[in-house]
Design a protein around this ligand. Sequence first.
Ligand code: NAP
Length: 328
Amino acid sequence: MARAWHLTSRPTGMPTADNFALKELAQAELGDRMVQVKNSYLSVDPYMRGRMNDVKSYVPPFQIDAPMEGGAVGEVIESRDPAFAVGDQVMHMLGWRDEAVAAGTSLNKIPALGVEPREFLGMLGLTGATAYFGLLEAASAKAGDTLFVSAAAGAVGSAVVQIAKAKGMTVIGSAGGAEKCDYVRSLGADQVIDYKAGPLVKSLGKAAPDGIDVYFDNVGGDHLDAAFAHAKQNARFAICGMIDVYNAAEPQAFRYIMRVISMRIRVQGFIYTDYLPRMGEFYRDMGGWIASGAVKSRDTVVDGLERTPEAFLGLFSGANTGKMLVKL
Ligand code: NAP
């Protein structure tokens, strides 16, 4: 019998295992144009924390005692949609479960490019597209810019570092701990900051004595404040995520935010779906960089559906390097 994780209560602050329960799913009827998929990898993502709150946002909240959702890839095991055959590899949004029954229209066939299907949850999926469009469109980053990117050893951050190097930028990446900093350096970053080792405002000033042109924000909080402190005139900030504050009880105070005015900083929030009509450009460029070796991907893989909440919670303690995935 198929099983799915359900949200049983809404977390306050950091979620705990008690907020989730793994339950059997009632056998779904395979109606006309429906497809049954056996999932092979599930994506866990920081944005899912926002869906655990009962607030209106760009994605609807998870419902209490209903199966949770998220990115997944898997293989078609039964199909009543002529567009899908048994054995097809597909990606879809019915993650947090081992098997999914979905309308064929909600599935995307994974092209046979010789890459692992799980890449479509990472570098060739929303992760890579977020990095690509956030950096090049939301921040208008270009060759010669000095870029600062936070959570640089994570999924989006590691993609940003490599895209920026491929485009001829000087890259400063921050990550937590020496091992992750070594990884960010191995991706080509010119300077790396271990944000756990000292005050960020000081370390960023040392890494970028002339200031930064672009900040790609994955973290918010002190990282964003340090970027305000060291922004050059007309700097551009792409606000991608603020993982430092997703579980925070109190709002963050910014000491250097007034520099937005004096330095004419452009602060641009974005959601990767803003760029869905332009995915062709992303596939062309990212496909080329992966083929040439300019962009490499790394995953942190947690084994077993039972460990999905653990993998999700690990995002907030830095348990992952590269993309966090659950293997079924
Ligand atoms: P990720 O970076 O792979 O994983 C999260 C990482 O954040 C952790 O590994 C950890 O690395 C770091 N982190 C966690 N808590 C932190 C804290 N309090 N202070 C500093 N660093 C912290 O996750 P991702 O999927 O690539 O997502 C990165 C960001 O992009 C998130 O904010 C996410 O919400 C956002 N996002 C936005 C969009 C969009 O469309 N706008 C799409 C995808 C993702 P360390 O060990 O280095 O601390």
